[in-house]
Design a protein around this ligand. Structure first.
Ligand code: SAM
Length: 245
């Protein structure tokens, strides 16, 4: 997995003010996370370049991180030092950070980067290990799109813009989806292809993983502003909580 998050990918990751870095995305995200931290410390699993961690810290929440990719952390370090946002390089399924936290969060579908059910359950257990009694673990994750996959069809086209095509290929036995990102060079028929493998998780399976780690589901919404989660919601924000003692 770490070979995916290379120096080249890390250098191109940030899109200040646009897309996942837009204020409309980050304001509700960090507002909700700050509310859930409730004055305590927060730990981001797979902190990346600090897309969420930096604006959350700017709201006064002390944030630490775990991250597998050194190039991603190098990008974070161009924006905040080790004392501002301490980060441990390692796998979020097992790496331990010093101290206890009120909140652990794992956003932008990143639990699906763990490619086995065992690793995903281990990730929940690792979140529980870092939390104080009553602490919360927040996951942002898409809902698998298998309703778009008729029998006998191995792939779906997610986006078909002039400069970008997203093709998802499925292995339903292993519950894997590989996203193929074709970026076309303007004025050329050539494309750059990047591939990301994921293990998709149904909300019900996620809840069972949480239960195995001692959590209960406190809330599930369709977005960070608290929109209702329905059968047609493409993704969800799920808040899991440990017992208070
Ligand atoms: C889509 S980016 C998300 C980064 C950041 N959380 C954000 O919201 O912008 C996924 C990140 O997960 C990291 N990652 C993938 N697998 C990981 C693992 N097992 N442990 C820790 N980090 C991991 C990658 O290196 C990458 O930085």
């Amino acid at each position: 997995m770490d070979e995916l998050w290379t120096r080249e990918v890390a250098a191109a990751y940030d899109t200040p003010g646009v897309g996942m870095f837009a204020d409309e995305v980050l304001e509700p995200t960090t507002e909700r996370l700050a509310e859930l931290a409730a004055g305590g410390r927060a730990l981001e699993f797979a902190i990346g370049t600090g897309r969420v961690a930096l604006p959350l810290a700017a709201r006064g929440v002390p944030v630490s991180g775990i991250e597998l990719s050194e190039p991603m952390v190098e990008q974070l370090r161009t924006k905040a030092g080790e004392t501002g946002i301490p980060v441990v390089i390692g796998d979020m399924a097992g790496t331990r950070v010093d101290g206890e936290f009120a909140l652990v969060y794992l956003v932008f579908n990143t639990i699906s980067n763990l490619l086995t059910q065992e690793e995903q359950v281990a990730c929940f257990r690792n979140a529980a290990r870092h939390l104080s009694p009553g602490g919360a673990f927040v996951i942002e994750l898409w809902v698998p799109e298998l309703r778009r996959l008729p029998p006998g069809t191995p792939a779906t086209v997610g986006i078909a813009d002039p400069g970008y095509i997203l093709l998802d290929t499925y292995d339903v036995l292993r519950q894997h989806v590989t996203s193929h990102h074709f970026h076309f060079t303007p004025g050329s028929t050539e494309a750059h292809l990047g591939r990301t493998p994921h293990r998709y998780i149904w909300p019900a399976e996620l809840d069972l993983m949480a239960q195995l780690a001692g959590f209960t589901l406190e809330s599930r919404h369709a977005d960070w502003s608290g929109a209702e989660f329905t059968a047609d919601s493409p993704s969800h924000i799920s808040v899991y909580r440990l017992p208070a003692d």
